[in-house]
Design a protein around this ligand. Sequence first.
Ligand code: GDP
Length: 179
Amino acid sequence: VSTYRVAVLGARGVGKSAIVRQFLYNEFSEVCVPTTARRLYLPAVVMNGHVHDLQILDFPPISAFPVNTFQEWADACCRGLRSVHAYILVYDICCFDSFEYVKTIRQQILETRVIGTSETPIIIVGNKRDLQRGRVIPRWNVSHLVRKTWKCGYVECSAKYNWHILLLFSELLKSVGCA
Ligand code: GDP
């Protein structure tokens, strides 16, 4: 594979777009513009001296659609999308529900495999690490669950301060077998 397609999923407001924009353009905005349609970014990234083509798909959350199930959401959202090579599932370390949402999406991915397979790597991302005082999701518990039980990659980052954003994308490239 020369091009790696990545789906970025998570609840509204967790910082999906902020992470992608910080990674690609080194910019951050306090303004929250809800993602209502699938957005596609096509960067070429250099990692360890090699160039990789990425297709980053920033998805709107299920709540943006008048649908009830993940399958319906996927049908509405993933039209024309044959497959992805990796998933990034983002939650906000200050929002308990956003982690529950990640659990649900992961389960749905494993059950329905709409745009991936059971082998498709998943990376779990705890964003807004700069808001340490508002943290409600303990790092250790999640890291243990994600790494040991789910066997997924795990990164905590801050899109605002560009902490661990590069680490996240290098984990991603590792998970799809390059870098
Ligand atoms: P999305 O709906 O998941 O795409 O979320 P956005 O990227 O639109 O971000 C939602 C809100 O959270 C915006 O107001 C961002 O400025 C803010 N935000 C995103 N990432 C961070 C972060 O790392 N730290 C802080 N403090 N705010 C963030």
